[in-house]
Design a protein around this ligand. Structure first.
Ligand code: ATP
Length: 281
């Protein structure tokens, strides 16, 4: 039996640059992991099957699960004969813009690497993982990174600083594909290179001033409750409030614990799902 932790990620920036000929958007984003985790366990089986177990009613346990797809790809690539049982304790909200499925898949690449004693490097696993999803290579490494291309090209950055993150998820699910389809890319000046500098310098004020997500305007237009939540979080004391990924999760950053507790309590009054976590970086 082997265990892996799969952390959620937030975007400090998300620049959409242009739509490529292959249909993907060229993006540039700074992502960082936060202390809100799914827990996965991996156990060998003799019957060659990939079995996913999850008690969460919305986690698919068949081929639709990204962890299943990762296990299948690992088996095929490294000619693994045995099967595997993957148990997912789901704590990251689903379809929330926090890359929960991608992080589970990334944990599966790492977990099977250990379980089957493959001794492959994280670079090799990240390279393999990009076949399944653009955010998975980042999740294979975790930490903080500047991601470019369709999100799969990773430049590692230092941890952004000690900060508290309040996450609030409205009770709607947002399809990433729908938001990208409605997007008009390249409308706003990119911020990710400046953010990479701010993170490298450990400059909290510059991080706050540079945060930006091009998808926010699209999601907020479709779901006004997301805009209301951002405004509410800013008014309740967040140094900066912004949407993560394609949403609908909104997060706010603060530096002191008492500010974090205050913000958490203020948000709990208006949103069912609120989390107070730390940047893992
Ligand atoms: P991203 O930020 O990468 O767009 P997300 O956080 O918005 O991802 P996920 O939680 O990864 O979205 O889930 C999106 C869909 O993927 C869900 O509707 C679910 O059916 C499917 N899915 C596949 N595998 C998983 C998994 N391991 N955990 C959760 N959802 C999964």
């Amino acid at each position: 039996m082997h265990f892996e932790t799969a952390p959620a990620k937030i975007n400090l920036t998300l620049d959409t640059l242009y739509k490529r000929d292959d249909g993907y958007h060229e993006v540039s984003m700074v992502m960082t992991t936060v202390d809100l985790n799914d827990q996965l366990s991996f156990e060998k089986r003799d019957d060659h099957k990939i079995v996913i177990i999850s008690e969460h009613q919305f986690v698919p346990t068949d081929q639709r699960n990204l962890a299943y797809q990762a296990a299948e790809l690992m088996r095929k690539t490294y000619r693994i004969q045995e099967g595997v049982t993957i148990t997912i304790e789901k704590n990251i909200p689903i379809a929330a813009g926090l890359a929960g499925g991608s992080s589970d898949a990334a944990a599966t690449f790492r977990g099977m690497n250990v379980l089957f004693e493959l001794e492959r490097s994280l670079d090799e696993l990240a390279e393999l993982s990009k076949q399944l999803g653009s955010d998975i290579p980042f999740c294979v490494y975790g930490g903080t990174a500047l991601a470019t291309g369709r999100g799969e090209k990773i430049r590692h950055l230092p941890k952004p600083l000690n900060a508290w993150v309040i996450l609030a998820k409205p009770s709607i699910s947002v399809s990433t594909r729908t938001i990208y389809t409605a997007l008009n890319p390249g409308q706003q000046a990119p911020a990710s290179n400046d953010m990479a500098e701010a993170v490298t310098a450990g400059d909290y004020q510059k991080i706050i001033d540079t945060m930006k997500n091009d998808l926010e305007v699209v999601t907020c237009e479709k779901y006004p409750e997301v805009k209301k939540l951002i405004d509410n979080m800013a008014a309740s004391g967040a140094d900066k409030a912004m949407m993560s990924g394609s949403g609908p999760t909104v997060f706010g950053l603060v530096q002191k614990e008492r500010q974090a507790i205050h913000l958490y309590n203020a948000l709990r009054g208006c949103c069912n799902e609120v989390y107070r976590v730390r940047l893992l970086g």
